[in-house]
Design a protein around this ligand. Structure first.
Ligand code: SAM
Length: 344
């Protein structure tokens, strides 16, 4: 690409970044901006959409790493992209204040082919203010990522690109990292490696490093899907948004939870938690679900059902529970991570 095309790409990205960072959400504007961003990314990454590797996932012992096509699709999850990117921006600003002008180093794990969550933010900082370390396991994705970086002309922001598995990686300069950003997750923390990667990396970092997302919380609860449907179709009517009831928090992924866990245990063995479903909840709600709440950073939150990552995961219809009252759940890290569930 010529220098003038690169400059045009970057100036378009700067305007898109303004929409991502705006306090108010105008979904029409956000959709238009992110569609334009995706189109710039596709051109800049020079990714071969015909190659078989484009849609191939990589399967690791702690979960799967989605292929470049699927990683690119994440852009389209509007609120996810906005909240994660704005949360990362706020974390950078917070760290810049703390470091009083010294450069901030952000470790971005699983940037995918476009470094989606951070690339637009580069238009708001100078390379002497923000440096990136990128870790990506998929070689096809890394090749596309390198093209993206070159074609947006943002090489000066890149400290290092590491091709490797972040769930096993031992960082050489861990104390230099100020912020860890990763979104390798699905709702209910199933299938992907957010837990294994965060548990591997956080204990290597300084205790004051910022983790983005700050907290992911899984709860077992009940939902009235009829009331939910009524609320979704007529949100302005007088239907109350009380169709969810969280009963018990069953797993939390946060810096605090990790530091507590690693001070007592060297393995990724998590406790089994029991949750009781009351008779009145069986009668008043239609299903038992796992719900996911994400605090990306500070006020940037993704609440239940706000995006694909916080969709509820149905365990069972309450009318099928019969005599069953207790659900035992235990988060397991293996080739297919997630909550292992047992009813009694
Ligand atoms: C869900 S995509 C996210 C893409 C982009 N960060 C975004 O939010 O739009 C996850 C990315 O993480 C990468 N990934 C998954 N597991 C990984 C691991 N263990 N080490 C390094 N990268 C990994 C995948 O290859 C994929 O590109």
């Amino acid at each position: 690409m010529t220098d003038s095309t690169k400059a045009t790409f970057l100036s378009k990205l700067s305007k898109i970044s303004d929409t991502i960072l705006a306090n108010e959400i105008n979904f029409a504007d956000l959709s238009t901006s992110l569609t334009e961003m995706k189109s710039l990314f596709m051109k800049a990454s020079e990714i071969d959409v015909e190659s078989p590797e484009y849609i191939e996932d990589i399967h690791l012992t702690t979960g799967k790493a989605i292929g470049p096509h699927w990683a690119g699709l994440c852009v389209d999850d509007l609120l996810r992209t906005k909240r994660f990117s704005k949360g990362a921006f706020q974390a950078i600003e917070e760290m810049r204040k703390r470091k009083e002008g010294k450069p901030v180093t952000l470790l971005y794990v699983g940037p995918g082919p476009f470094a989606t969550l951070v690339l637009p933010l580069l238009t708001k900082f100078k390379p002497e203010e923000l440096q990136l370390v990128l870790v990506e396991v998929n070689p096809v994705t890394v090749a596309a990522l390198k093209n993206t970086i070159r074609n947006f002309g943002v090489e000066d922001y890149i400290k290092e690109i590491i091709m490797g598995d972040a769930s096993q990686l031992q960082l050489e300069n861990a104390s230099e990292i100020d912020i860890l950003l990763l979104e390798c997750l699905q709702f209910a923390l199933v299938k992907e490696q957010q837990v294994a990667i965060t548990y591997n990396l956080v204990p290597q970092l300084r205790k004051d490093a910022i983790l983005v997302p700050e907290e992911i919380k899984l709860s077992i609860g009940v939902i009235d899907s009829v009331k939910k449907m009524a609320y979704m179709t007529h949100p302005d009517d007088s239907v109350e948004a009380d169709f969810y009831k969280d009963i018990n928090t069953v797993f939390v992924l946060s810096k605090e939870a990790i530091w507590n866990h690693v001070s007592n245990s060297k393995t990724l063995d998590f406790p089994e938690i029991e949750t009781t479903i009351l008779e009145e909840d069986k009668n008043n709600f239609t299903s038992v679900v796992i719900s996911t709440d994400i605090c990306v950073h500070s006020n940037q939150k993704l609440l239940k059902d706000e995006c694909s990552l916080t969709m509820s995961f149905k365990l069972i219809d309450t009318n099928k529970l019969g005599e069953l009252t207790t659900v035992k759940s235990k988060y397991e890290v293996n080739e297919k991570p997630g909550l292992k569930i047992e009813w009694t």
